[in-house]
Design a protein around this ligand. Structure first.
Ligand SMILES: Nc1ncnc2c1ncn2[C@@H]1O[C@H](COP(=O)(O)OP(=O)(O)OP(=O)(O)O)[C@@H](O)[C@H]1O
Ligand SMILES: [Mg+2]
Length: 270
């Protein structure tokens, strides 16, 4: 993700592509994901949505190079992902701050690994601490932060080193509704300023529509892509006014329709 300018990305530049990907964990009776194909263009915000266990985290692990497909290929920047994808920042589903490091040290970790000089590191840490609203908490440890603050810290840690792509796995999952709305808006603002590539996993239909340019809808396990829906809302977006718009309800209903059909075919009544 670049912090340099509000450039408009080339529409056809491909960041990530899943090409008929399947992943079967050793010893399991059926694949976790099967025949998954979709493409993420550079500079796009793509939400992946689907029921629990459909393979959303598995897809991010494949994109991060932590898992290797049993069939098909995952491409990043036009090349097959082989080994850990060091160009991807990954905000995993579990809180992943290092408990023995302060907020500042957690946020600056990737810069330290990359050998960024101390002066510059400190400047960037200060900027990102402010951007995610953690001013005054620099010396605190993760255990001294609220759940929402920990998520903010994890997001700053992922975005600070300007990765080519950011993978986020339900980053706001366990938070209360108000904190969640605030953080969703904050993430939108940060992303709209930077215009990087972001793949965001959620099981929340509203969240997917608020945030993304495109929603990839997954079916129940073995997970596969049911549909890809474009989200046509202009940016910058304000979640408050989106919620009230007729277009929002129409898109929500369309998305819900895809899920309802899936639940009906899997025998669950709603
Ligand atoms: N390490 C593993 N070994 C064996 N099976 C696994 C492993 N990790 C995940 N699975 C299985 O793969 C499937 C997909 O799991 P995954 O964690 O990707 O789902 P998910 O869509 O992220 O679910 P959730 O919304 O609950 O986080 C599930 O059936 C799960 O039990
Ligand atoms: Mg998951």
């Amino acid at each position: 993700m670049s912090t340099s300018s509000k450039h408009v990305p080339e529409p056809e530049a491909e960041a990530l592509r899943f090409d008929r990907v399947a992943l079967e964990f050793p010893g399991s009776a059926r694949p976790a994901v099967e025949d998954v194909s979709f493409r993420v263009e550079r500079g796009r915000f793509v939400a992946v949505i689907g029921p629990s266990g459909c393979g959303k985290s598995t897809l991010l692990n494949l994109a991060a190079g932590l898992l290797t497909p049993t069939a098909g290929q995952v491409h990043f920047g036009g090349r097959p992902v082989a080994g850990v994808n060091s160009q991807a920042a990954y905000v995993t589903q579990q809180a992943n701050l290092l408990p023995w490091l302060s907020v500042s040290a957690n946020i600056g970790l990737a810069l330290k690994f990359r050998g960024v000089p101390k002066d510059e590191r400190e400047k960037r840490i200060a900027r990102w601490t402010g951007l995610v609203g953690l001013d005054g908490f620099e010396k605190h440890y993760p255990r001294e932060l609220s759940g929402g603050m920990r998520k903010r810290c994890a997001i700053a840690r992922a975005l600070i080193y300007e990765p080519s792509i950011v993978l986020m796995d339900e980053p706001f999952g366990p938070l209360d509704a108000i904190t969640r709305l605030n953080l969703q808006q904050e993430l939108l603002n940060l992303w709209e300023e930077q215009h990087g590539t972001l793949v965001f996993v959620t099981h929340d239909l509203n969240e997917a529509i608020y945030l993304a340019d495109e929603v990839v809808v997954m079916s129940n396990g073995p997970g596969t892509v049911l549909r890809t829906l474009p989200v046509p809302f202009e940016r910058p977006r304000t979640i408050g006014s989106l919620i009230e718009s007729r277009e929002f309800s129409e898109l929500y209903n369309e998305l819900w329709g895809v899920f309802r059909a899936e639940l009906e075919t899997s025998g669950v009544r709603r």
